[in-house]
Design a protein. Structure first.
Length: 534
């Protein structure tokens, strides 16, 4: 039995921007809210240590319509114009709210605030303060391990406190999963955003996923670090091992995988050739410089080796399938926000990048929090009166039925061997992906053992299970979409197929099922191609 048990209206899992906005909005609707974060709300996640740009387009009809149409085309006509407009409207409201809370946006020469960028540490410090002021109870260092559910839907979650080792259970009539996607970079007791537990927990209750094939996203990083603030390379010259320049100011990164197949690639931020430019970059993304400085490298003068880090569903598009404007899912009482939710409705088949993903976190968190509060407050009985049961299976086995002890570290390494290599996941081919999927499937028996009897062992076992399952979903979807569209590519199908202008829906754990969902703008692609043929 869990050592800490409580009941609330809404439980938010995840303490990044999406989770913080969800908690604040749910509390603002009059709901009792608990937020559980694997780290510390205000410092954990990808936003807190750096900075982020935002999707801000002036409310001029012509400008916005042009931007929305451009995004629709770039995303392979899988996005929805109405959702992109919703994001543009909502993020503007929220940025004004942040300014009222005290965020110091810079101003132009006329005194108008420039709300195009957020400094992560300041932003998340404010979010923690306002969330607490709204009456939200925060469970720091408290990763969720599994959801609770019954025939009526989701009803809470169970987890563990990293510091005390105590288990906790929160019963709630609505749950917002905002724990991020999967980048396959396990750091033991790192943050959920790296390993995708939110996707696994939700799928175990019957939630569906969408867009998992659009995950062929790698980002450049200092070879001896893990920071993927690739936009800094806009100020860089890329060099080969002999010191010959290859590219300058490369922000698309599309050429880097091909260059790395030929040999090592180095970078130097030598285009930031004044103290003013260098100071601006250091202030905008301080975390980018930390591993370089620790290695004794001056990135503005020295050349440093690059590698590519796989960002999976973080910078990819896939996640939990959304069924309503309130970010509801296919399971009653379960809502998704941020990287845990599929962003196809906004980005289509391409990456949300920095600005879209940051704006999506703000907006989807707001919508999910409001929707969860409405659902929870409409229920006629409290969650603690429901016959709830734990949904977790993968990586949480125990008791007499468990087959030995689960050692998560070699399992994580085995999954990474199938997911991280460029030759398998970036340069995708049917035989390569199919063979990797078969090897991942063969790892399923290894997650039925008992996790190590330590907090770290329990959390790592769940991370390993989430990484394995996410990999299986990604490759299943990649093989099902036999075309090249956005972040999906198969060597045997190098062109976009208009007949596949639909979303791929996945469900199931051991047995993964696929289906399709129609999109509202599919006919526009057909019309566009006919016009090009004339």
């Amino acid at each position: 039995m869990p050592q800490q048990q409580t009941t609330t209206d809404v439980l938010v899992l995840g303490g990044g921007p999406a989770g913080a906005w969800a908690a604040w909005h749910a509390a603002s609707q009059g709901a009792q809210v608990i937020l559980a974060d694997k780290g510390y709300l205000g410092t954990s996640g990808a936003t807190a240590p750096g900075g982020t740009t935002l999707l801000v387009i002036p409310p001029v009809a012509e400008l916005r319509d042009a931007a929305v149409q451009a995004r629709l085309r770039a995303g392979g006509y899988l996005s929805e114009n109405s959702w992109i407009h919703r994001v543009l409207d909502q993020v503007e409201q929220n940025l004004r709210q942040i300014e009222e809370w005290g965020y110091p946006f810079p101003k132009d020469q006329n005194g108008n605030p420039l709300r195009t960028h957020l400094h992560g540490p300041e932003y998340m410090k404010i979010m923690r303060r306002v969330v607490r002021k709204a009456g939200v109870r925060i469970l720091d260092q408290s990763p969720a391990l599994e959801l609770l559910h019954d025939k009526h839907g989701v009803g809470g979650a169970r987890g563990i406190n990293r510091l005390t080792g105590e288990t906790w259970e929160v019963r709630a009539n609505a749950v917002v999963v905002a724990t991020g996607g999967c980048a396959f970079l396990s750091k033991g007791l790192g943050c959920n955003v790296l390993t995708g537990e939110g996707l696994l927990m939700s799928a175990e209750t019957g939630a569906e996923l969408s867009g998992m094939e659009f995950t062929r996203q790698y980002a450049p990083s200092f070879a001896d670090g893990t920071v993927t603030r690739g936009r800094m390379l806009a100020w860089a010259t890329l060099y080969d091992a002999a010191g010959n320049p290859l590219h300058r100011g490369d922000r698309t990164f599309g050429s880097i995988p091909e260059l790395m197949l030929k040999g090592p690639v180095y970078a130097s931020l030598d285009l930031a050739d004044t103290e003013e430019k260098q100071r601006f970059l250091r202030n905008a993304h301080p975390i980018f410089f930390m591993p370089l400085e620790r290695a004794g490298i001056n990135p503005f003068k020295d050349k440093f080796p690059l590698t590519l880090r796989y960002e999976g569903t973080m910078r990819g598009t896939g996640g939990l399938r959304l069924t309503g404007a309130d970010c509801s899912t296919t399971v009653p009482g379960l809502y998704a926000a941020g990287d845990a939710a599929s962003r196809e409705k906004v980005t289509g088949a391409i990456s949300g990048g920095g600005a879209y993903n940051a704006s999506w976190a703000i907006c989807s968190g707001s919508w999910a929090g409001q929707g969860a509060a409405r659902h929870a407050l409409s229920q006629t009985r409290r969650a603690d009166s429901r016959q709830l049961r734990a949904a977790g299976r993968m990586g949480l086995a125990g008791g007499a039925s468990a087959s030995g002890t689960l050692d998560p570290k070699p399992l994580i390494a085995a999954v990474q061997q199938e997911i991280l290599p460029l030759r398998i996941n970036y340069f995708r081919s049917e035989p390569g992906v199919a063979a990797a999927l078969q090897r991942l499937d063969s790892l399923l028996p290894y997650i039925t053992g008992r996790p190590p009897a330590t907090v770290q062992g329990i959390v790592q076992s769940r991370e390993a299970a989430a990484m394995l399952q996410a990999g299986r979903w990604i490759y299943t979807a990649a093989l099902a979409r036999k075309e090249t569209r956005g972040l999906q590519r198969l060597e045997e199908y190098p062109a976009l197929d208009p007949r596949q202008t639909h979303r791929l829906i996945l469900s199931g754990i051991a047995q993964i099922r696929t289906s399709t969902e129609q999109v509202p703008h599919a006919r526009e692609l057909q019309a566009s191609r006919k016009e090009q043929a004339i």
